[in-house]
Design a protein around this ligand. Structure first.
Ligand code: 5GP
Ligand code: ZN
Length: 136
């Protein structure tokens, strides 16, 4: 993809602080970290979101992420770690090249302090379940 910044990084046209690389996967430090060590993991090939990434490439990204997560957690002496992935603008995706965030976390670091879960109104859990299962 000509105008994709992560494709340019994968091609070596834009520099990055590289953490890990193999045939399918690249990983580097996020330029604006939530905490130091915040890392991105992505396929070298361009896919826009989780919904269309090739399953073999996804597998490679997730396995690499586990390996890198252990290195981050230990390396920066984190108290916790988030593995996050945003798809489409409504979910906060800013770069349209699928990527996974590995974010080292510390007690009271102020990120994601609220998880505003709500109860389903009566009957909505069942109707929602039906809509999703029908698509599988
Ligand atoms: P998204 O919101 O798309 O899930 O996250 C995009 C992430 O990419 C952001 O956390 C942002 O800081 C990071 N980012 C954007 N441009 C660059 C860049 O040129 N280099 C690096 N290393 N990270 C970037
Ligand atoms: Zn791309």
């Amino acid at each position: 993809m000509a105008d994709c910044i992560f494709c340019k990084i994968a091609l070596g046209e834009i520099p990055c602080a590289k953490i890990y690389e193999d045939d399918l996967v690249l990983s580097f430090l996020d330029i604006n970290p939530i905490n130091p060590g915040h890392t991105l993991v992505l396929p070298k090939k361009h896919y826009t979101t989780l919904l269309e990434i090739d399953p073999d490439v996804l597998e490679a990204c997730v396995l690499a992420s586990q390996k890198i997560a252990k290195a981050i957690y230990t390396g920066v002496k984190a108290d916790g770690l988030n593995f996050l992935q945003n798809n489409f603008r409504a979910a906060g995706q800013l770069i349209d090249h699928v990527h996974f965030h590995l974010i080292p976390r510390y007690e009271n670091d102020g990120f994601l302090t609220a998880w505003p879960g709500r109860q389903y109104p009566s009957g909505e859990m069942e109707s929602t379940l039906k809509k999703i299962v029908a698509e599988l």
